[in-house]
Design a protein around this ligand. Structure first.
Ligand code: FES
Length: 346
């Protein structure tokens, strides 16, 4: 029978049409390499040392998980970017140690303490016959016995502890956020107060009415907010879109007369659909668009919804000017900002 060189240059292959059994016969089964015994197989001290190492790795996992939980519950978030970064860092490192510790412990346990006898299984039909299935079950039982978990209470306890704690960093925040009690009252108030100046976000520079020309738009927040606790949370509620229209274009409801100043109006920047920041302003039409799901608000007419999934207008912040010409709030918003969902949680 003729032969030909493999296209990859490794050995020979049979011409097409020849039985594969003939090909198999051309290769010698290299067999298994000689078995190398590990120290832990014959040295009880080495086995004990390996056991302690595995326990230490499980212990690292436990400490990492506890650190992640501590970061979630106890590390104070002061509303500064630095504190958020620190919290995220500790959470991430804790989770990484929690997961990596279990993985490394399992690998080290398998490599040093579990049986490393080589076994060869011939290929067989996908569904094994009953004898083989019984044998497999027996092998699993043997494997469990071989791991020595029954004889090694230290490892058993460490394994149970690590595996039991590992899901907590994922489960606890979920349960806490879904089932915990929300402070709905806090969502109904923002940092705006009567007389508080409007300042440009993020520079915190107070803004005068004369700075706001017709057609311009600013993102503003209460002056001095960056120096207050929980800055990011407060800003997320209080951020406002400030614009100036020709007063003749403005349609004001009876109960909102006097909420604007010479065509300058302020609306919550938090979309009433699901809370994205609305920021796309079309000067000619006076339309304000939310980029997330295209809700469109008419800023010339109380920010009423013209299009999209939002169900209510953007809340309006009543404003005026102080003696120096700076824009100030007349009060807080008179309704909750953000998604309408909050209105139902009374
Ligand atoms: S969040 Fe604004 S349209 Fe959905």
């Amino acid at each position: 029978m003729s032969t030909q060189q493999s296209p990859h240059g490794h050995g020979t292959v049979a011409p097409r049409g020849h039985a594969t059994g003939e090909v198999a016969e051309r290769f010698e089964n290299p067999g298994l390499p000689p078995h190398r015994h590990r120290r832990a197989d014959s040295d009880p001290d080495a086995a004990k040392r390996a056991e302690r190492q595995v326990a230490v790795l499980f212990g690292i996992s436990i400490l990492g998980t506890i650190a992640a939980l501590w970061a979630y519950f106890a590390l104070p978030l002061e509303g500064t970017i630095a504190s958020v970064r620190t919290s995220n860092l500790v959470l991430g490192v804790g989770l990484a140690l929690g997961m990596t510790g279990i993985g490394l412990a399992a690998i080290h346990w398998a490599k040093t303490l579990m049986s490393d006898v080589e076994r060869v299984d011939e290929r067989h039909p996908i569904r094994s016959d009953d004898d083989v299935r019984e044998t497999a079950v027996q092998m699993l039982k043997d494997g469990a016995a071989d791991s020595g978990i029954g004889r090694r209470p230290l490892l058993k306890g460490a394994l149970v502890g690590a595996v039991a704690l590992a899901p907590l960093p994922f489960v606890v925040p979920l349960v806490g956020n879904l089932g915990g009690s929300w402070d709905v009252g806090a969502l109904k108030q923002t940092a705006w107060r009567a007389g508080r100046r409007l300042a440009i976000d993020p520079t915190d520079v107070p803004i005068k009415a004369s700075d706001v020309t017709i057609g311009s738009i600013f993102s503003v927040m209460p002056e001095g907010l960056p120096d207050e606790p929980h800055y990011l949370e407060e800003k997320a509620k209080a951020v406002v879109i400030l614009l100036r229209l020709d007063p003749r274009d403005l349609t004001e409801a009876e109960d909102r007369k006097g909420w604007s100043y010479e065509g300058i109006i302020a609306y919550s920047k938090i979309c009433t659909h699901v809370g994205c920041p609305v920021a796309l302003y079309e000067q000619q039409t006076h339309h304000l668009l939310c980029p997330c799901h295209q809700s469109t608000f008419d800023v010339a007419d109380g920010a009423k919804v013209l299009f999209g999934p939002a169900k209510r207008p953007l809340p309006q912040l009543p404003i005026t000017v102080d003696d120096e010409g700076y824009l100030i709030a007349q009060s807080d918003f008179t309704e909750p900002v953000g998604p309408s969902f909050w209105e139902r949680l009374k």
